[in-house]
Design a protein around this ligand. Structure first.
Ligand SMILES: Nc1ncnc2c1ncn2[C@@H]1O[C@H](COP(=O)(O)OP(=O)(O)OP(=O)(O)O)[C@@H](O)[C@H]1O
Ligand SMILES: [Mg+2]
Length: 274
């Protein structure tokens, strides 16, 4: 019944010897919401670990409880049963960029740095560096309304990275973008994730990425987890060993996507959803 945030340290997977603790440990988690006809069970007995440095996509039909599960892992809501453990507080990124429009791109990032206690003189250079990491060097002084949708999501990614978290939770962050911009951001996210995990400090960045786009799930992930609907349960998982960098139009991506789409269709048929 609890969401536990343990302190980062050996528990973040950096210790030598002992098996690294997962970046997220979701154990027997269920979630109900009160409804007109009594409690509605949305998630039922979800058990899932995300390994340090692992990229997992959570896939399922609309309304199956993906965002609910992500919100639970983020600590924004509490499970009705079961436990969730994360070493440190996860960073979040949503479909809506949620940047403050009255602040510049750079100041949005600096605010995240301030909130985690980075001293003032270090904030500006750190923000510039993060903007460079998402290929937006020079955008520090730009207001949010001056940026395209893709650029806003890059700033949102930079802001999430500013939290220096070991776990990045992403809820359909590219769903509102056109296909070409989305492709570019897939490449960027893969690059940023690889770079974070190649860091000589040995700390790992795991990603738990929610989508209902099968190709996107296969393009990005090392593991795809399919949730059933009503209630959401782990229906099936696939390990994706197609080498990165992948393209969404790669034959191997397409082939696995067809297989997963079949399963997803089966789930939707079984539960009468569209
Ligand atoms: N705070 C809440 N109170 C009541 N019901 C809720 C609440 N949050 C979610 N639900 C219900 O839980 C179910 C799952 O919602 P959720 O948003 O997690 O689905 P999803 O898989 O993210 O869907 P989508 O792909 O459309 O984003 C839905 O039936 C929704 O109405
Ligand atoms: Mg959702």
């Amino acid at each position: 019944m609890t969401t536990t945030v343990t302190e980062a340290g050996p528990a973040d997977g950096t210790s030598a010897g002992a098996a690294p603790s997962p970046a997220a440990r979701i154990a027997h988690v269920s979630k109900s919401f009160p409804g007109p006809a009594g409690d509605q069970l949305v998630l039922d007995d979800i058990t899932l670990d995300v390994a340090p440095g692992e990229f997992v996509t959570l896939l399922g039909a609309s309304g199956c409880g993906k965002s609910t599960l992500l919100n639970l892992v983020a600590g924004l809501d509490a499970p009705s049963a079961g436990t969730i453990e994360t070493p440190g507080r996860p960073a979040l990124m949503f479909q809506e960029h949620a940047l403050f429009p009255w602040l510049t791109a750079g100041k949005n990032i600096e605010l995240a740095l301030k909130l985690r206690g980075v001293p003032k003189p270090e904030r500006r250079p750190r923000a510039e560096e993060l903007l460079e990491r998402v290929r937006l060097a020079g955008a520090h002084g730009k207001r949010v309304h001056e940026l395209s949708g893709g650029m806003r999501q890059r700033v949102a990614l930079a802001r999430a990275l500013a939290q220096d978290s070991r776990l990045l939770l992403m809820d359909e962050p590219f769903a509102a973008l056109d296909a070409i911009t989305r492709d570019v951001l897939h490449d960027e996210l893969t690059r940023v994730w690889h770079a974070a995990n190649d860091d000589p400090d040995g700390r790992k960045l795991s990603v738990l990425f929610v989508t209902h786009n099968v190709r996107e799930a296969v393009r990005l992930a090392e593991r795809v987890v399919l949730l059933s609907s009503r209630p959401g349960r782990v229906a099936r998982q696939w390990t994706v060993d197609i080498p990165q960098p992948r393209r969404i139009e790669d034959a191997a991506v397409a082939e696995l996507s067809v297989e997963i789409t079949e399963e997803l269709r089966g789930e939707i048929r079984r539960h009468g959803q569209h």
